[in-house]
Design a protein around this ligand. Sequence first.
Ligand code: ADP
Length: 320
Amino acid sequence: SGSSLIVSFGEMLIDFVPTVSGVSLAEAPGFLKAPGGAPANVAIAVARLGGKASFVGKLGEDEFGRMLADILKQNGVSDDGILFDQGARTALAFVTLRADGEREFMFYRNPSADMLLKPEELNLDLIRSAKVFHYGSISLIVEPCRSAHLKAMEVAKEAGALLSYDPNLRLPLWPSADEARKQILSIWDKADIVKVSDVELEFLTGSDKVDDETAMKLWRPNFTLLLVTLGEKGSRYYTKKFHGSVDAFHVNTVDTTGAGDSFVGALLCKIVDDPSILEDESKLRKVLTFANACGAITTTKKGAIPALPTEADALALING
Ligand code: ADP
């Protein structure tokens, strides 16, 4: 398609997921290998919707890294931003499916290849060609990956891209909750578009109320759009001129993995085609209805990547 490029920066990894709920991986009768990593999910979400996406990140030169690079390519994501580390291995996540449906993660990051991406390894021409630059690595805190993150953001911004940030908070990965809050908010004044979940909103503000007043505590003058996703309660939006909420779709939810990434991918796809969406509330509401539909559809199948919708899937849900 002739659409402009969305670059998504961060990690891609494999989740080892038990085939039954309520047990750890060690106790499970079997497991599935589910490719994921929020930034990679966003890139694939964009490509599945017909947009142009590139993933920037580092994989291990091992069977898992090769499998992940193939998955990106098979899903129509450009591979010119993928790097392979000569020494370190691909990141892995070992998932426990709790009986209440929540997931717990244990990570192989020893360090993993994604954490070793150096600023000088970045394909700067690729990053400069992005109209939207999305980031949200769980390794934001780790050097040299943190410096690569900051450099890529700066280069994209200088070249005129819109910067989109999803903190993807995974608390156990951080030395402390205070450190996580501090590090995440330290790049808060750089982004144009920020998406947080209700859980992240509470965590970052220290408030236990998910309301407009709490959301406004996260607002910064550099923002053009702040989004709060609320699972089956839909999403809220805040801009300089207007704010509101858009209801979720009712679907038969089996696994919420990737819903937020699907939502973000859908939103960015529409924004890259028509940035005036950010200035026009009725256009924005229409786009968020679309993004909510994409998020909802992603919850109806197991795993993230297999559950990401096409444009036709989303329109079918919207038009009932
Ligand atoms: P995250 O994965 O970042 O926590 P959410 O779970 O809030 O994000 O999901 C993103 C969007 O996907 C929501 O705003 C909503 O529109 C849709 N969604 C998520 N879970 C459900 C659900 N159970 N039913 C319907 N829509 C959902």
